[in-house]
Write a protein that binds this ligand. Structure first.
Ligand code: IYR
Length: 219
């Protein structure tokens, strides 16, 4: 498995490229973070396809420094909800600054996290700060945070493209995920994504994004 192989590049016309870029941008502009889920189920095979997208993300030295835990078990989801709410209660009752609470105001977030039990799937992404070789020796990983962040971006995009919804949830602190999911010490929880369908008539915050022009400088 060494050396180089030919890459199959499917050349599109300029028009096709322009169309594909525009259509995809339009489709992604419809993505929203959803905090109110329906209990409608999603087949495991679908989740496996989504994880396959994330798993193909680029990573430092191709180390793929991640583990995905895909949780469907009601019992484990309940454990996660209880542990997350214990932390979030404290966050909203003293641990977060006034400025932080004020900034979250428009999002309507609360310490209660029912979606952790209602959504059919919780995907928890762990970053592997290092790997272990066959003799138990430490093997280095590179650009771990960047790599795992990119994989999560792929995953969020895939979820939206599949016609499902998610939320980038980072309970804080989230070491409880390491113990509930029995991950080894080299794996640190990075992000939790509930995946499923929105509740009927779901509402989302009436917030605007800055335009791409406001965030872009052309040279
Ligand atoms: N982790 C908390 C608070 C929170 C923080 C940020 I920054 C958000 O964008 C949203 C929520 C929670 O999940 O409620």
């Amino acid at each position: 498995m060494e050396g180089f192989i030919r890459y199959t590049f499917n050349q599109k016309s300029e028009d096709e490229i322009e169309n594909a870029a525009k259509t995809f941008a339009n489709s992604m502009s419809n993505r929203r973070s959803i905090r109110d889920f329906s209990s409608q189920d999603v087949p495991q095979e679908t989740i496996a396809h989504l994880l396959n997208v994330a798993n193909n993300a680029p990573s430092g030295a191709n180390k793929q420094p991640w583990t995905f835990c895909a949780v469907h078990s009601s019992d484990i989801k309940r454990q996660i909800r209880i542990a997350a709410e214990l932390e979030e209660y404290q966050n909203y009752h003293g641990r977060m600054s006034e400025e932080w609470l004020h900034d979250l105001g428009p999002l309507g977030t609360k310490w209660q996290k029912p979606y952790l039990e209602i959504a059919p799937w919780l995907i928890i992404i762990f970053k592997k700060v290092n790997d272990f070789g066959s003799e138990g020796e430490k093997n280095k990983n590179y650009y771990v945070t960047e790599s795992v962040g990119i994989a999560c971006g792929f995953l969020i995009t895939a979820i939206h493209q599949a016609g499902l919804v998610t939320l980038t949830h980072t309970p804080s602190p989230m070491n409880f995920l390491q113990s509930i999911l029995q991950r080894p010490i080299n794996e640190k929880p990075f992000l939790l994504l509930p995946v499923g369908f929105p509740a009927d008539g779901v509402l989302v915050p009436n917030i605007q994004k800055k335009t791409v022009d406001q965030n872009t400088i052309w040279f």
